[in-house]
Design a protein around this ligand. Structure first.
Ligand code: EPZ
Length: 420
């Protein structure tokens, strides 16, 4: 079994280049199915979720290649509308293919996307919007079937919750729908804006992405393009957690600080000092024990984002005082709290919240991540521990980090991949 062996207690120093954003890449890969021409994507990180997406694209007929940070996609001559269970089951983001395949073939079949460790993960908002645009939804043999033999019709639709995935799904549905679409109550994440930029470069007519209302005028077809994926703000939040907990002085490159709005406030409240030495760079300095947060809660962007919550919790394990972080987005965001305790810190999960009683030092130990960001949080906690730790569950971490050990090792952490 593979695990990371981490000898904690060393401050972090040096520079790290941010990879492209997983949560921008996945919807854009699906959106490529809408394009009649070839698509090339740059700044693409080598992730397990990337390869699961490329497998889906190949299974529906696309030519899909990845080499050295670049993806090349060529449209299928014959599109298959059935997403195989194995490929879809590997990640929830297979739901992004509903709208593109509806446009391509008038029908799409998908294993009913399951929940995950974070919680139920329903897709009712996606389906409500697609049905309002003319799709017919049914479940046959435990597979979701959507049909729109006459294509989709533009509409006005208000999302009951600013769901990131539903916003992206309905954006992809609207760009080739007949007529105009107005989406209100949408998610405002930078990844939504990156998807809109990609689609507009393919000939779509989208305005308002990044705000609460998006307008789309449907077009008849989309051509291909070449597009560079934006930097991964959650990887940035991960490195900020590590340096806040372990202390040190790091510079991240390829950062868009505006994408870190709600997150930087949280780390600054802990005592992290940040500056921008040059465009696209963010320097983060921590030279003392963190301050506790008291109470904090996550929310839709631009608030403190749910993905950063377990990472910020890891930074608080050494804080002076108590902190409670409530995740108002997912029910089970803090399964990692038990792992923090196994490393000798004082933390426990209380429903949707994590309660942390900061200690000046904790020894480290053995723990296993159960989800992507929880696993990354355990690694950050181990880097800030005094002694040696062994962190398992790397298959979860690899879904969203190309090489977390290499990133932290490059900043001076004593971290290496081991096998039993
Ligand atoms: C995206 O997931 C991200 N994934 C998640 O990142 C991120 O945590 C999440 O947005 C919130 O920011 C990708 O972009 C690939 P949501 P998504 O739809 O789209 C409820 C990571 O670690 N909801 O905004 O699935 C849902 O249950 C991953 O990189 C409905 O009720 O998130 C949840 O409580 C984890 N009905 C809330 O909305 C729906 O139809 C937010 O979900 C859709 C969502």
């Amino acid at each position: 079994m593979e695990y990371l062996r981490i000898a904690g207690g060393r401050p972090l120093e040096g520079r790290a280049a941010l990879p492209g954003a997983k949560n921008s890449l996945l919807p854009i890969l699906a959106a490529s199915v809408l394009c009649d021409g070839p698509v090339t994507l740059d700044n693409v990180p080598d992730l397990a979720d990337l390869h699961a997406s490329l497998e889906i694209l190949r299974r529906i007929g696309w030519e899909a290649e990845y080499l050295d940070g670049r993806v090349d996609l060529c449209p299928a001559r014959q599109v298959r509308s059935r997403i195989p269970s194995r490929a879809a089951g590997a990640m929830r983001s297979s739901v992004f293919y509903l709208a593109p395949l509806l446009h391509r073939t008038g029908r799409v079949e998908l294993p009913t996307p399951g929940g995950c460790r974070l919680g139920e993960r329903p897709i009712d908002i996606h389906l409500e919007g697609l049905v309002k645009m003319g799709a017919a939804a049914s479940v046959e043999n435990n597979r979701l079937v959507l049909q729109a033999p006459n294509g989709l019709q533009g509409t006005c639709f208000e999302l009951r919750y600013p769901s990131v995935g539903a916003t992206e799904s309905l954006l992809m549905a609207a760009v080739l729908a007949r007529g105009a679409t107005c989406l209100t109550g949408v998610a405002r994440e930078p990844e939504i804006q990156d998807l809109a930029r990609f689609l507009n470069r393919c000939g779509a007519r989208i305005t308002g992405a990044g705000g609460s209302t998006i307008h789309v005028v449907g077009v008849r077809r989309l051509h291909g393009t070449r597009h560079t994926i934006i930097p991964d703000r959650i990887v940035a939040a991960t490195l900020l957690a590590a340096v806040t907990g372990a202390e040190g002085d790091i510079v991240m490159e390829g950062v868009q600080p505006s994408h870190l709005a709600g997150v930087l406030d949280i780390y600054r409240r802990m005592g992290l000092r940040t500056s921008q030495p040059a465009p696209g760079q963010l320097r983060a300095v921590m030279d003392r024990r963190p301050s506790a947060l008291g109470k904090a809660a996550t929310g839709p962007y631009p608030a403190f984002c749910t993905d950063a919550a377990p990472l910020a919790a890891a930074a608080l394990l050494r804080a002076e005082g108590e902190s409670v972080i409530e995740d108002r987005v997912f029910e089970n965001r803090f399964d990692c709290a038990a792992g923090f305790a196994r490393l000798g810190a004082r933390a426990c999960r209380q429903g949707r919240s994590v309660h942390i009683w900061g200690v000046e030092q904790y020894r480290g130990g053995e723990a296993e991540g159960g989800d992507l960001r929880g696993g990354a949080a355990l690694v950050c906690a181990a880097v800030a521990a005094q002694g040696e730790s062994r962190i398992g569950g790397l298959e979860h971490i690899r879904r969203g980090y190309q090489d977390l050990a290499g990133l932290l090792g490059g900043l001076g952490a004593d971290i290496r991949l081991c096998r039993d």
